[in-house]
Design a protein around this ligand. Structure first.
Ligand SMILES: [Zn+2]
Length: 159
């Protein structure tokens, strides 16, 4: 798994400093697992507006488990990354993001999400995967329902 992550990161063309310092088998995964409950995460590849938006939405949703990093990537990189992580993405499937659970990384196809609201809607689903610690879609959606309620509530208050 570690090899796959590093390969993906090298492919993506950016590597956070902390990732470059790991050596020895399994160290990366162990380090990342041990910081569960931390309150900060990194947003990579986003415009300042996208970063502010996604951070605000996550603050509103108050997820039980935060991602370690949220990575916005152009469509071709997204497809390539999904392939490296061996995700099954059926042809025509409109998913614009996915979560890699072992590294608590959420990848967002920056060419595909359609609006601020759809960004929040799907991020809720990815946060659901993290909170449930499950790759199962219905587990993620069960948690996401609560997060979406909080988003909806906040939108009503803002307007
Ligand atoms: Zn999912």
């Amino acid at each position: 798994m570690k090899q796959e992550i590093l390969t993906a990161v090298l492919m993506l063309g950016f590597m956070p400093a902390s990732w470059g310092q790991t050596d020895g088998d399994g160290k990366l995964v162990k380090t990342e697992a041990s910081v569960t409950g931390g309150s900060s995460y990194t947003v990579l590849g986003a415009t300042p507006q996208e970063e502010e938006l996604v951070r605000t939405q996550i603050q509103v949703m108050q997820p039980e488990v935060l991602p370690l990093r949220i990575i916005f990537v152009p469509h071709w990189k997204y497809v390539e990354t999904a392939r490296i992580f061996q995700l099954h993405v059926p042809a025509g499937f409109t998913s614009a993001m996915f979560t890699h659970l072992p590294s608590r990384s959420v990848f967002i196809d920056s060419d595909r999400y359609e609006s601020d609201d759809s960004l929040g809607y799907w991020v809720a689903h990815e946060l659901g995967h993290l909170a449930a610690n499950s790759a199962n879609e219905s587990d993620a959606d069960k948690v996401a329902r609560e997060y979406r309620k909080r988003l909806k509530q906040a939108r009503t208050e803002w307007r």
